[in-house]
Structures are given as C-alpha cells and as structure tokens.
Design a protein around this ligand. Structure first.
Ligand SMILES: [Fe+2]
Ligand SMILES: [Fe+2]
Length: 177
C-alpha cells in the first residue's frame, strides 16, 4: 500500500529495527549472565524473549522492504548497558520495554488503518512487548527490597492464584513456557 510519507515511515521502522537488534543482544546476554536460585527458568525465558525480539526484527525487515526501503543492520546500543544482578537486568528490561511500547504506539498512530498488513504487524509486535512488560512486572518482587514489595505480591497472587512468594512467581513463569 502506498503511503505519502513512506520515507518517514521507513525511517521510523528502521529506528525500531536497530532497537530490536539491541533488545535481542541484551536479552541473550542477560540469559547467559543471570545467576541465582531461579537461574534456569529465568535464563530460559530471557532466551525466549531474545527470540521474540529477533522475530520482531524479521517482521520489520519485511515491512521496510515492502515499503521500498532498505532494512538497517545497525544496532541501537542505547539499551546495552552492563547489568550484573538480576535486579539490574529486570530494571533495564522494564525501561526498554516501556520505551518500545511507547515508540510502537506512536508509529501506529501515523499508519493509515486501511494498511491492515502494516497495522497488524505493528500491533502483533506491540502485543508481544506488552506481554514482556507484564512478565517483567511479575518478576519485580525479586528486584525490590522496600515496602512496596508486599503490595506487588498481593496483586500477583490475585492474578496467578499462587500464594507463595518467589516460588509462586517462578511457577507462573514456568507455566508460560
Ligand atoms: Fe521487540
Ligand atoms: Fe520486548
């Protein structure tokens, strides 16, 4: 479908493509580096999310080509900072997912609704990013050491029906596999 603003749209999609490259590298690195009692399920899930991000990059490349553009091979390294602890990883990924959700939502606003293919593609990616964000929020009790921790657990318990603390969080993580 022809867009009057093709160059701008291609530029925006390429910006997201470079970010997806960075996201895939970040999650894959975190999957390798994570330590602690729940290393296996968390590492596994980070690896799966890295694969999701690679999938997003593939979808963006297809759409960029369809619009007459050239997919970038650049990596946006903005989200690639050193993280050692699980808490740092969760915090970093929360920030990046929130940013991605905002960016994709903005791009979607400028895409004509009748371009169903591009809209669907962006909505599908956005849905994945929202799921990633929700999962990271579920992991947040493992990051926080302050008084808000109890509140977060209560919300999680309502959603998952799990009453345990960290084991409960990890059970819900396992069940998503
Ligand atoms: Fe993504
Ligand atoms: Fe994501």
């Amino acid at each position: 479908m022809e867009h009057p603003d093709n160059p701008l749209l291609i530029e925006a999609l390429n910006r997201m493509l470079a970010k997806e490259h960075g996201c895939a590298i970040r999650y894959a690195t975190h999957a390798a580096m994570v330590t602690g009692p729940y290393v296996d399920p968390i590492s596994h899930r980070f690896q799966e999310i890295a694969s999701d991000e690679i999938g997003h990059a593939g979808k963006l490349r297809e759409r960029i080509c369809a619009l007459g553009g050239t997919p970038t091979m650049e990596v946006d390294g903005g989200g690639l900072r050193a993280a050692v602890t699980l808490g740092e990883m969760i915090e970093m990924n929360l920030q990046e997912e929130r940013g991605a959700i905002e960016d994709y939502a903005k791009i979607l606003q400028d895409v004509p609704r009748l371009d169903v293919l591009l809209c669907r593609t962006l909505e599908d990616i956005l849905k994945d990013e929202q799921e990633h964000l929700e999962e990271l929020i579920d992991l947040a009790p493992m990051r926080e050491e302050n008084g808000s921790r109890g509140q977060t657990r209560v919300r999680l318990d309502v959603r998952t029906g799990v009453t345990a603390q960290q084991p409960g969080v990890m059970s819900s993580l396992d069940s998503r596999d």
